[in-house]
Design a protein around this ligand. Structure first.
Ligand code: SIN
Length: 277
């Protein structure tokens, strides 16, 4: 892929690229937007450095790609910006967002297409990297019989065990989403097939007995986490990571306790996952 208005530097041959020559505080021209979109599709997660953006500019960038998503569990955290999720950890934290490998809110019937995380504060002694794994690479590396087997299956993704009681308010009586999605998902833009089960949300393969499902899911979670399918992003203040939840999973490392890490996530709505042979 060639680019005219941006520079794209791959982080690994498999997943991840840094985008240079873009100031996201300024409106994006159509060509620049298209090239960012193409780079995102090509690399599954893209990174920007040294961006100074407001909450409105953050949301405007997200809206170029689609409608913004509202989190099913988190109550609005920033006045006038209910769509923005605060990502925060410090010495009082008991847990942090995204510690297990996952794709965001995959329990939704229409899980988010993408997420744009903007970090302002980074732990002073390093740590707090985010790992990304390619669902395409994971699917492509499986044997043909295993690919055919998985293509025939669906799995349940559940928000209950992830979100119940997690966000510091009484959520008695609240129902969290639970959805059934294909185990192998066809990406609606690239047409490529990606493994679409994750350790965070996926609880059961619908067509298998529980013991069979547990064994297959465990094998797939380990497989997705293969280092060769991954890239690792080292944050600096004012960096942005923009990942495609349809074909990539991520894992936020919490190796910096008791230090602070702080930023904001805008999430873009997606469509119902499908498999097309
Ligand atoms: C998330 O899953 O959105 C959190 C990712 C991170 O903090 O690196």
């Amino acid at each position: 892929m060639t680019y005219q208005s941006i520079e794209v530097r791959k982080v690994t041959p498999v997943i991840g690229a840094e985008i240079l020559g873009v100031d996201l505080s300024k409106p994006l021209g159509n060509q620049t937007f298209q090239e960012i979109h193409d780079a995102w599709m090509e690399n599954q997660v893209i990174f920007f450095r040294d961006q100074e953006i407001t909450h409105d500019q953050h949301k405007d960038f997200g809206r170029r790609f689609g409608e913004l998503h509202w989190h099913p569990a988190v109550r609005p955290q920033i006045a006038d910006h209910p769509e923005i999720l605060v990502i925060h950890a410090d010495e009082k934290s008991k847990r942090v967002a995204g510690e297990d490998w996952h794709s965001d809110v995959s329990c939704d019937a229409e899980p988010p297409m993408g997420s744009i995380l903007y970090l302002k504060e980074i732990p002073p002694d390093g740590g707090g990297d985010t790992l990304f794994a390619s669902g395409y690479a994971a699917f492509d590396a499986l044997s043909a019989p295993m690919q055919r087997f998985l293509e025939s299956l669906t799995a349940f993704h559940d928000g209950e065990h992830v979100y119940r009681g997690r966000y510091g308010y009484d959520d008695t009586g609240k129902n969290y989403p639970r959805s059934e999605h294909p185990v192998v998902r066809t990406h609606p833009v690239t047409g490529r097939k990606a493994l679409f089960v994750n350790r965070g949300f996926t609880t059961r393969i619908a067509q298998l007995k529980k013991a069979e499902s547990d064994a297959v899911l465990d094998m797939l979670y380990r497989h997705v986490e293969t280092p060769e399918f991954q890239c690792r992003f080292k944050w600096r203040p004012n960096s942005i990571a923009f990942w495609d939840n349809r074909c990539a999973q991520h894992h936020a490392l919490w190796d910096y306790y008791p230090h602070r890490r702080h930023g904001y996530r805008v999430t873009i709505r997606g469509d119902k996952p499908y498999y097309r042979a």
